[in-house]
Design a protein around this ligand. Sequence first.
Ligand SMILES: Nc1ncnc2c1ncn2[C@@H]1O[C@H](COP(=O)(O)OP(=O)(O)OP(=O)(O)O)[C@@H](O)[C@H]1O
Ligand SMILES: [Mg+2]
Length: 456
Amino acid sequence: MSNITVCARFRPLSSKERRDHGDAVCIQYVDSETFIFKDEKAEELTFSFDRVFYDKSEQIDVYRHLAQPIVRDALNAVNGTIITFGQTGAGKTYSMEGPGVLECDAVKKGLLSRVVEGIFECTKSSDETSKYSIKLSMVEIYMEKVRDLFDLSRDNIQIKETKTQGIMLNGMMEMTIKDPQEALLTLSKGIANRAVGETQMNIASSRSHCVYMFTIQQESTKDKRARTGKLNLVDLAGSEKVEKTGAEGRVLEEAKTINKSLSALGNVINALTCGPMGRGNHIPYRDSKLTRILQDALGGNSRTALLCCCSPSPTNSSETLSTLRFGARAKHIKASPRVANEDRCIRELEVFTPIKRESRDKLLNELQENLDIEHVQKLEELFIQEGILFDPCSIEESELAYEDVTSQTISSLQLALEELLSTIGEEELQHILFDWCLCYQVLDQSLPNFQSQLGF
Ligand SMILES: Nc1ncnc2c1ncn2[C@@H]1O[C@H](COP(=O)(O)OP(=O)(O)OP(=O)(O)O)[C@@H](O)[C@H]1O
Ligand SMILES: [Mg+2]
């Protein structure tokens, strides 16, 4: 168990802040982890975080301290989440994207493009027996609806929780990315779809919470084992005082929804850090889409880093203080990230008893006699990849896992089945399915349900 990483970042004073208050700032440097904050009554409070980035800090420092260790872990199938949090106009999107995700200036580019480079560098330097495939999804939570930024027609994506894979988003687009250039172009297309609006505090204010999801699958060519790490980057919409942002009409409605979900996030952090430990303590993850999506990251199943973005100006000191208090509280969250589930599923296969292994091999041989070997392998690979094969010794776990994967994988199975159907015909395929279900008794109990979902 370790605490989540929390850093604070102060952007340079904006021209408006300089106009109103000159060079005055509400913080005083102590060292790279500690600073003194002066509140509205000029009282001094000392804050310490894992790292403090002051106005002259460089984007690369933020990447190195906040993101690089998490990127490396994600390549080893440990899920990670990096969140930017803070008042509107405080530098969350700047930290995440830089001046733009396609920014070429090596100094200015943000976390996203550095994460992309980091992922591809790690995949290149890994040993030759590992093969990686990287996928990217992007969603935003806008007015309490989860929208797919790669396909705006998917504008109300449902959030699901599964025992084996944690929080999942049903039916969102996943783009396969082969190199950093392709990744950045894909990201820029998604970002162009994000809801942005002008307020008095930020001419390009994010009006939604945006989640960038990288799925990194590593397959060992030696033993065919596959494992997956998920890396989420979350650029939150900022908290705002509507009298300062001058929000009205639609922008006001957006502000209310943003503030509500951020207070739900605060409540979750409070419940995680104040209440009694253990099962008795209710954590209100379901109070907002944001907290539900961040459930794994906040609940300790993932390596999590939080960047608290702040204005250094005395005009914003009350908002800065609440951001810092939020970060200080979040620092108490304990995390114990696990190696991702797929690896476990595949390892479970390895504990098959000799009799069950024999029965599986016999069945595969029989199938191979009747079918093209390629089709049998394809079917087996598909079932393994989708986690349908589990240790039959652990029926309870398998049933739950099966329920989960059935709904998640139905569309990819249908595609593969269509392909098989066109080659071998429906009758033959029914036979195969039946045989598989006999072999894996768990499936057997669910055969009618399985068949009906496949449209048989
Ligand atoms: N570290 C920084 N260096 C230089 N400029 C910065 C920095 N951080 C933020 N800015 C500038 O401040 C302005 C507001 O930043 P940004 O849009 O990132 O705020 P935000 O926290 O995402 O706000 P919102 O919640 O409204 O989306 C932008 O013009 C941005 O370029
Ligand atoms: Mg923003």
